[in-house]
Structure formats: C-alpha cells, structure tokens
Design a protein around this ligand. Structure first.
Ligand code: BGC
Length: 742
C-alpha cells in the first residue's frame, strides 16, 4: 500500500467508527447533551467559557465545534457591531436596524399583546444579526425621576412591569435568542452605580424591587440574567450570594446563566463561589482603563483556574457554571430549530408604529386636540426633539437606525409642508457620552426670541421638547441633576404661551419632569423615545388618526421633593460617600437607605396624601369612559377561594377608543404599614361609541398579601379590603368592599 492509500484507509476507518456524539445530536435531551459535552472538556476549556473573549462574546469550545455566545445590547433594538477588543463601533455597513420604542413606552401601552409583538420582532432582528443573547429587557423599578436609565425600564409598579416583561421574553426566545434580564437587582440610579450600597427592608425588596425579575424567570422562562453594578448587603450584585444563590436559584429555580454587567465583577473567589457564570467587560484588575491584559486575566480566568488546580475550589464549581452556559448555547447558538430572523421588515416597522401609537399619553386636553389638518391653518413646530434623532446617545441602548421618522417630518407630511414652519427654540447639545455640551446663553436667547416671534404669527404652536439622550438626561452613566426641563425650556414655553395660547406641548422624555406651565396650556402629550416610527405615531395622535390610549407607568410629581425617594435627604438619594471602603471611579463606598421603604411612586403619593401632578395610570382619550357599579360574586373570600369583580365600562363619547381598566386593592386595616392601594390587575379594552362592556377580574387571597419578613413568606390578614376600579390610580369611581375570612 502506498502512503496515500494508507492515509485514505485510516480516514475511512475513523469515519466509519465515528458516531455522532450525543452533544451534537439535536434530538437528544438537552441535559444529556450537556453532560456529554462536559465530559469531553478540559479544565482550561471550562474556565475559558466563563469569561469574555471579546467585548461582546464568550468562547465556546472550538475543538469540539461548540460555538461562541454572541451578545448584543438591547433592549430597544440590536446595537451596531462593536470592535472585538475595544468599545469603538466597528463601522459595518450591514448593521442598521429598526429602533423599537423604549421600554418605558412599552409599559405605557399597558398592553401585554404589544409586549409579545415587541419581543417577537426585536428577536427576529437579533436572530438575523446572528446574536444569541439580547441584553435586555430591563425591569429595575422607577424609584426617582432623576435616574438616567428609567427609559430602559418598565415604570414604578412591580405588577405592571411583571405583566409586561413576560410576553417580551417568551416571544423573543422563540427566535433562539436569549433574553438577558437586567440589572439584577436594585440598579435604581446611575449615580455611583459601580459601588453604591443601598439598604432596604426585605419587604421593599420582595414587594417592590424583585417581583418583575421573578416573573421574568418563573413565567417568562428567561435563559439569562445580568447582574447589577451596585452592591446589596455590601456585596457586588454580580457575585452576590444571597441574590444569585439563595433567591434566583434557590427560591425561583433559575436554570439559566448569570452574566455580569460589563465590568461588574470584582473578586475571583466571590465570582467563583457566588453564582456568577459568565464574566464580561472586565478590565485589568477590574479597574477602569483598557491597559494591556488578556481575557485570561479576568476574575474568572486564570485566577479561577488556579483556585481549582490548588484544590481550594472543587472542579464541580466550574462544571456547574459550564452546564448553565452549555444550556444557554443549546437553547440559542446550537438550537437547530431556530428560525432565520429578519431585519427592518415592513412588519417590524408596523410593530414599532403600533407600540408607539398606544404608548403616547394624553395628560391634558381642554379640547384643542385633535387638530384637524384641514382646519388648523399655519402650524409652528418648536423644539429640538422635533428634529433630533433620539436613537443616538443614551449609552448602551443606542441604536444605528436604518430609518427614522422625526415628528417634524411626519407633521409636515400630514399638515402639508407649506403649512408647517419650524423654530429650534433652544439648542440641546451634541450627544457626548459622560459629558455635557454647554451652550452659550446668547445662542439660547436668540433662538428663543426667534421662536416666540414666529409663534405670534402661527395659528397653532406644537412644542416638541423634553429630555434627550445626552449625559445628565436620559442617559446611562449619569443621573439628571435637576427635575426641571433643561436648556431653558420652561422660560421658552412661558414666552410661547404669552405669544400664542393655542399651544400643544408634545414632549418626549423617559422620565417625569416639572411642568410649572401645566395649568396654562390647553393640551399636553407625554411620550417616551419611540424609535424608527416615533414621529408618525406622534403626528397621528395629534391629528386624531390614532386615539391616544397610553397610561403613565410612573407618577409625575409636582416637585421632586414630593417623590418618596427624595423625602429623606441625601441618605436616601443619592446616598453618602463613606470614609473607608472600596474606591471605584474615585468614589468611596457610598451608602444609601431606601427610607421610603415600600412606598414607591403612587404608593407614596396615595398613602402620604401628596397628590402627583399627573398620577400613575393616568391618560386621557379623545373619547370618554364611564364606570358603572362594580358587582362582587361574594362579599367574603376564604383563604383558599376567590371571588370575581365585574364592572361595566361604557364609551360615553363619540368615537371608538381604548381604556385601561385598572383594579387596585387596599387593606383597610393591617398590623403593618401598607400602601393605601396597589395595582393588582388591569385590562385594556376597546369600545365603540355608546358600547358597554362588563370587565371581569378574579380576586384571590395572594393579591391581598404582604411580605412578612420575619416568616420570610407572603401573608394576608383577615379583615376588610377595598377594591378600587377606574382609569388611573386616583380616578377610581368604582369601589367595592369585601372581607377575607380567617
Ligand atoms: C450596561 C448594560 C449593557 C452593557 C453592555 C453596561 O454598561 O449597564 O446594560 O448591557 O454595558 O453594553
């Protein structure tokens, strides 16, 4: 035999002998595949899987054909490609996407069916872009309107956030793309996010800050979760024993992978032992500069390997992490049943538009809206957000959009370009990450004067301002410094009102802000960042082509001091730097107490009798709704029973519209502090003019419970409860009382 024939014969023999290994057999149960793959891996390969290999990927096992895990932000669309080894954009030309509305806008729809559509569509884009993990959705609770990242979350109420997050995850993951629910937990501010150490009661934790994460895991079935940058109980959340081991895995049975926030790991031993699986974004020694280092220098790199090799940590610790990572890979990258995805399709644009349409909140309307384009005359649009591409900036959620319809573009197309003039009114600075672009006062003065002069000549003024995605506004890494609108917008609005009282305020922001002019303007629209189709949604609501049906997912306090988190001084927000402790980004171990405890958002306004300017759940329509008398199926409810509440709701106006019927329940007398009432159910219904619908809610004892920290269990106390039903947290005309029996 020649040498060539020998080689060929050997190859044929090997080929014949080779059976498909179990881990490569898509029909074998995932747990068997995991064990098979694990049994073939070296310690080096296992450890390598536990940390990044680039800015946005972690390695698979190349020798075994196990692919890497590719991740991308999230959560409002798929972020443009980032360079392998640094934070720069890679400059690809095929990574432009659809920008979906911000999550706070999604929450404002109060429509879980739209959340499912959101998850499906963003998941298709992620799959098309070959991503295995989409870094989102975010469900940190809106505790203060100063938090620069509230726009990436789902508002102030744990129940609303829970209901809205579940369908997003379920539909996203049908694309073979994992959700990475973030930031677990209590990342409720950007100021000092790297090491602030909030102290809160277990009640606040379980009743307010954890439920949406729990729903994401237990009902949504999230395949991964991202640890928060901050600490809890003096330990960083990315390797926090109580959070990750006791609660996430112990209490909720999470079988997915825990991924750090980028640079959120700080200690090898804790990272090894406290439930972290994949470490991303770390720098040398966990510090902040991108100096020379290899990915093996990560906390879960060679340091981790050495702990195992020296016997200090058993190899089973690495095995457990790798099992979770393999499970993630089999569900995503190696999921042979996954679809192929799609990008910027008409369906995606329609979804973005539909979500945007239902998210716009009509705060106030004395009749000026809707505007009939045929009868409006000369329209003046004022404000930077009418023209600014608001998908730029904001931090990691920034998107490179293929298309973007600005409000001015859409208004011009609906009202006729010749009828619509534009004035900047104020200048709002360029997007500058981490820095604020200062604008000289003289420029602002002359822009204001120009807008006011034009306003006097117009028939209607539409002011489109608010916040933007620059540092110090709705942007990751910094909180807002003030509750007021920036760039002198309040002065400008006052002068515009004086020049022309026919003014509609249609502001865009991811947060509440002071509205000192609210009583002087005839109409206010409030909306978050709506992405690709946002301008079209806004124009359609202004003209009435779309009847607004959004409801506030957070309260809008009159003053910052009226917000619970800001009622207890700096200890409560933003916290106080310590004399000793770890120093991160030049800040020494800030300590913080959530002094308002469970009274977050409307729970505070209601219970303390401090009315918000616009309450949680508020939002008007171009039609009106009336609530009839609620009927209970029984007046008492036993600890293992349930009752139903039925309430007739009628469209009393002259056009079709949708109403979010909200059920709140309050414990009339309790042995512990309880909020006056809490959201327990809601139903968004569409009614024709004159139509009445009976809306039915089931009330069960778990809806009456509070978290008893001593017993570490949910408990409800017998006694009288009140059900409040209506169209906002304060407009609850339909009330009914019932008793919970012993
Ligand atoms: C953010 C995360 C984001 C990650 C990756 C971090 O700074 O907090 O939300 O997913 O960066 O970009």
């Amino acid at each position: 035999m020649t040498r060539k024939t020998l080689t060929l014969a050997l190859a044929c023999t090997l080929y014949a002998a080779a059976e498909t290994p179990v881990y490569l057999n898509p029909d074998a149960p995932i747990e068997q595949r995991i064990e098979d793959a694990l049994s073939r891996m070296t310690l080096e390969e296992k450890v390598a899987m536990c940390h990044a290999q680039s800015k946005f990927s972690s390695p698979g096992v190349p020798r075994l054909g196990i692919p890497e895990v590719r991740m991308s932000d999230g959560p409002h669309g798929v972020r443009a490609e980032i360079n392998w080894d640094n934070w720069g954009y890679a400059g690809w030309t095929n990574d432009s996407v659809t920008a979906f509305p911000a999550l706070t806008a999604l929450a404002a729809t109060w429509n879980p069916a739209l959340s499912a559509i959101y998850g499906k569509n963003v998941g298709e884009e992620a799959r098309y872009r070959e991503k295995d993990v989409l870094l989102g959705p975010g469900v940190n609770i809106y505790r203060t309107p100063l938090n620069g990242r509230n726009f990436e979350y789902m508002g102030e109420d744990p129940y609303l956030a829970s209901v809205m997050v579940v369908p997003y995850i379920q539909e996203l993951q049908k694309n073979g793309v994992a959700a990475c629910v973030k930031h677990f937990a209590a990342n409720n501010q950007e100021q000092w996010r790297g090491n602030v150490n909030p102290t809160m009661s277990d009640r606040a934790l379980y009743e307010i800050y954890l439920p949406a994460f729990k729903a994401a895991v237990e009902q949504g079935g999230a395949w991964s979760i991202m640890g928060a940058y901050n600490k809890l109980w003096n330990q960083h959340c990315c390797h926090n024993k109580r959070l990750l081991e006791d609660i996430l895995r112990g209490e909720w049975g999470f079988d997915g992978a825990v991924i750090t926030d980028w640079g959120g790991a700080h200690d090898t031993r804790e990272a090894a032992l406290n439930g972290l699986d994949i470490e991303m974004g770390s720098f040398t020694n966990g510090l902040t500069t991108e100096s020379e280092f290899t990915y093996d220098d990560y906390y879960l790199g060679k340091g981790f390997r050495e702990l195992i090799q020296s016997g200090e940590v058993p190899e089973s610790v690495a095995d457990d992490k790798v099992r979770r990572i393999l499970r993630l890979i089999f569900r995503t990258a190696m999921n042979t049943g996954k679809p192929f995805g799609s990008l910027c399709s008409p369906e995606h644009y329609a979804a973005a538009k539909a979500i945007g349409d239902e998210s716009i909140v009509l705060l106030k309307n004395s009749g000026i809206l809707p505007l009939d384009p045929a009868k409006t005359g000369r329209v003046l649009v004022v404000g930077d957000n009418a023209v600014r591409r608001l998908t730029d900036g904001g931090g990691s959620s920034e998107l490179k959009v293929k298309d973007y319809i600005s409000p001015l573009q859409a208004i011009r197309s609906v009202f006729g370009a010749d009828n619509v003039d534009f004035a900047e009114g104020y200048r709002a600075g360029r997007p500058m990450y981490g820095r604020v672009d200062e604008i000289p006062a003289a420029i602002q003065d002359s822009l204001r004067a120009e807008a006011v002069a034009k306003a006097a000549q117009a028939d209607v003024v539409i002011f489109i301002g608010g916040l933007n995605k620059n540092a110090g506004q709705d942007c990751e890494g910094t909180d807002r410094e003030s509750y007021d609108l920036p760039f002198g917008q309040d002065v400008l609005i006052e002068e515009l009102i004086n020049a022309n009282p026919n003014i509609v305020i249609a502001n865009i922001s991811g947060n509440a802000y002071a509205m000192p002019w609210a009583d002087k303007v005839p109409a206010i629209l409030h909306t978050s960042y709506l992405g690709t189709m946002g301008g079209a949604s806004m124009a359609d609501v202004l003209t009435g082509a779309v009847n607004p049906s959004g409801k506030l997912p957070y309260s809008i306090p009159v003053r910052l001091a009226d917000c619970g988190a800001h009622s207890f001084g700096v200890e409560s927000y933003p916290g106080v730097e310590s004399e000793t402790g770890d120093v991160l980004f030049g800040v020494c171990a800030p300590q913080q107490t959530y002094a308002e405890d469970i009274l977050v958002g409307y729970r505070w306004h209601d219970t303390k009798k401090i009315p918000a300017r616009y309450p949680f759940g508020h939002g008007l329509s171009y039609t009106t709704f009336a609530y009839g008398k609620p009927e209970l199926s029984a007046k008492t409810i036993s600890p293992d029973g349930s009752i139903t509440l039925t309430v007739p709701v009628t469209n009393t106006g002259s056009r079709e519209g949708a109403e979010v019927v909200q059920l709140y329940i309050g414990d009339d007398k309790a042995s512990v502090l309880r909020p006056l009432k809490e959201l327990k159910a809601f139903d968004k219904i569409t009614l024709a003019p004159g139509e009445t619908r009976e809306v039915k809610f089931t009330i069960s004892p778990d809806m009456l419970a509070f978290f008893d920290a001593d017993a570490h269990a949910w408990r409800s106390e017998p006694g009288t409860f009140t059900a409040y039903v209506g169209g906002s947290s304060t407009a609850t005309p339909a009330k009914a009382k019932f008793r919970l029996t012993e």
